[in-house]
Design a protein around this ligand. Structure first.
Ligand SMILES: Cc1ncc(COP(=O)(O)O)c(C=O)c1O
Length: 358
């Protein structure tokens, strides 16, 4: 694919990069450049380019600011020990973004162009990709309705952009099992709603429950289905897995949860290991009785940010259930080591998941 035009910033405009040993945290540092392109109904996508990072001029009437017509993605670029930089399954992110676009009446994009834009932006910003263990360059593609108009309507003008920034290891001190709160009062998404789209409304809807769970001392909310409040859905910004007896179980993609790329990868790997794997509804009665009897051996969350996040404790109706004595389970550990190993080029990638940037 042709090179994307780059508007270069003067050397004095470039930001100071963080020190190699600095604590990067998440989502606080952004690099020098953005990829951008605009869409206009009747004309399609136009003017793909890379430009210096700067604030947007957005009309106060821009539809996104009033009616929330927005979608986004999240993926990472990883620096290998030999200095090469790779993306993990980027096609899945942009295919998911196009499905989100459809649901939010936003225009779909050419997936190959979006991948190439990502590669060229990361290539330009390669010196920002951290080398510290577990650190990476986080990539945030975003699409917003920019047309200035009031009244609920589908925007005829849209902006797509990609921003990137270095992020630190999720577990700088090693794995730390999280305590989660089974949420009964609030719901995240109902069938027929927006749950399977990566759109800001879902995250806005989750904030209050998350705040209340934090106040009670929990790290994450485990969502239940919106109708019966009886079946597990997902946890925070990741998908949920249970290891029950000899079966690895995760809720099915029924339209209310995000089809996670890590979820898909965990399923692939466990099937490849010839484990018994099911995508099925997981009822609370099964979870609680399994926690009491010890049949539930492990619970862990799976998502891009942490890869695998073991759950040490679950709270439900005022009672706390400790899983695997609050320790990291062997399956969670093995999956974490395998996926991280593939992402950082430490172990062979038998699935063809890694895509080279430079
Ligand atoms: C609500 C929600 N569920 C699940 C996930 C996990 O998806 P992925 O593995 O693609 O990061 C995310 C993160 O993107 C999320 O925001």
């Amino acid at each position: 694919m042709a090179d994307i035009p780059i508007v270069k910033a003067g050397p004095k405009k470039l930001k100071k990069k963080p020190d190699p040993g600095a604590q990067l945290g998440f989502g606080k540092i952004f690099t020098d450049y953005l990829f951008l392109m605009e869409y206009k109904k009747g004309e399609g996508w136009k003017n793909p380019r890379i430009e210096p990072y700067k604030p947007f001029a957005l009309d106060p009437a821009a539809l996104v600011l009033h009616y929330g017509q927005e979608i986004f993605e999240g993926l990472k670029a990883y620096r290998w020990a030999n200095g090469d930089i790779y993306l993990f399954r980027p096609r899945m992110n942009y295919e998911r973004m196009n499905r989100s676009a459809k649901r939010l009446c936003l225009p779909e994009m050419d997936v190959d162009l979006a991948i190439e834009a990502t590669r060229q932006l990361v290539r330009l910003e390669k010196d920002w990709v951290p080398a510290a263990p577990g650190a990476s360059l986080y990539i945030r593609p975003n699409m917003i309705a920019t047309e200035p108009a009031l009244g609920v309507q589908v925007a005829k003008e849209v902006l797509f952009y990609i921003m990137v920034g270095p992020v630190g290891a999720y577990y700088p001190q090693g794995f730390n099992p999280v305590d989660i709160y089974l949420e009964e009062k609030y719901i995240r998404a109902a069938r027929g709603g927006l749950g399977e789209a990566k759109t800001s409304a879902n995250y806005a809807a989750s904030l209050l429950a998350q705040e209340e769970a934090h106040e009670k001392g929990f790290t994450q909310v485990l969502w239940l289905d919106a109708i019966e409040r009886k079946y597990l859905e997902e946890v925070g910004t990741s998908n949920i897995f249970l290891y029950i007896g000899d079966e690895v179980v995760t809720p099915p993609l029924g339209g209310t949860i995000l089809p996670g790329i890590t979820r898909n990868s965990v399923l692939h790997i466990c099937r490849n290991w010839e484990m018994k794997v099911s995508e099925r509804m997981i009822g609370l009665d099964e979870v609680i009785s399994g926690l009491e009897s010890g049949r539930v051996k492990e619970i862990f969350a799976a998502g891009t940010a942490a890869v695998i996040s073991p759950v040490g404790k679950v709270a439900y109706k005022g009672k706390s259930y400790v899983i695997n004595q609050g320790k990291v389970g062997s399956l969670a550990q093995k999956l974490y080591d395998t996926i991280m190993g593939i992402q950082y080029g430490k172990i062979k990638d038998p699935y063809g998941w890694m895509m080279k940037v430079t």
